[in-house]
Design a binder for this molecule. Structure first.
Ligand code: HPA
Length: 246
């Protein structure tokens, strides 16, 4: 794969190099990044708004953090994470999103730390490997997230997710992933993990369960909000702990 010219701003991110922090938190939804910046960051400044993908850089406990949306799906996550890892000085990307549970013990509002990300996407074909790549989380970020989840007393699970190209999957068919111990379905982690691997950087997807494909259980707006806050505290705790190591 040939390398691309690594200049900033990029076609999709208007920020200058120094305006993006070492750690970037990525929700799927651009409006969420504004809300996260307003709720959790001090001195947040808008650093990107290309295509309405709002990115803010501020500080959390004095540590610089950027929050910028990935959009939905692997092509979109692929673009933003590629540019952040390769064109900016970003070391860590933490996805903060939602997922649908396949597993009885993984209940709505629980947190899933995606240790691995299976996929039904062809995203990995670009790397032209002589086999199948296993996209995994950064052990550094994952172990920090486990410590942070324990400290906060969160209900959390560590395991595999599947990143699907389709939201409207045939449920029967997608439950075959559960037979392989896969906990939940979302749409971005595998592309993020592959881009991190190729760039030699760190990635982790933290998901709250928003719906249950087996029990049909759903979340109310208020419940989504409180489990979202737990997930954000874990992610921000990881950002702060990682910076203490530098
Ligand atoms: N499928 C894919 N992505 C998701 C889901 C789902 O059921 N729930 C939350 N993100």
């Amino acid at each position: 794969m040939s390398e691309h010219k690594s200049t900033t701003p990029t076609p999709h991110i208007a920020a200058q190099k120094g305006e993006i922090a070492r750690t970037v938190l990525m929700p799927g939804d651009p409006l969420r990044s504004k809300m996260i910046a307003e709720t959790f960051l001090d001195g947040a400044k808008l650093v990107n708004n290309v295509r309405g993908v709002q990115g803010y850089t501020g500080t959390y406990n004095g540590v610089p953090v950027t929050v910028m949306a990935s959009g939905m799906g692997m092509p979109s996550m692929g673009i933003y994470s590629y540019e952040l890892f390769n064109f900016y000085d970003v070391e860590n990307i933490i996805r903060v999103g939602t997922a649908g549970s396949f597993h009885e013990d993984v209940k709505v509002r629980d947190v899933v730390l995606a240790e691995g990300a299976c996929t039904d996407s062809n995203y990995g074909a670009q790397f032209m490997l002589p086999g199948t790549f296993a996209p995994i989380a950064s052990y550094k970020l994952l172990s920090l997230a486990v410590a942070e989840s324990k400290r906060l007393g969160a209900r959390y699970h560590v395991g595999n997710v599947v990143s699907s190209d389709r939201f409207y999957n045939d449920v029967e068919n997608s439950l075959d992933w559960a037979k392989m111990g896969v906990l939940a379905v979302e749409m971005e982690a595998a592309a993020l993990y592959m881009n991190a691997a190729r760039a030699g950087k760190h990635a982790l997807a933290i998901c709250t369960i928003s719906d249950h494909l087996v029990t049909g259980e759903d979340t109310t707006v208020e419940e989504r909000q409180s489990s979202f806050t737990t997930m954000m505290k874990i992610a921000l705790g990881v950002a702060a702990a990682d910076s203490a190591d530098v």
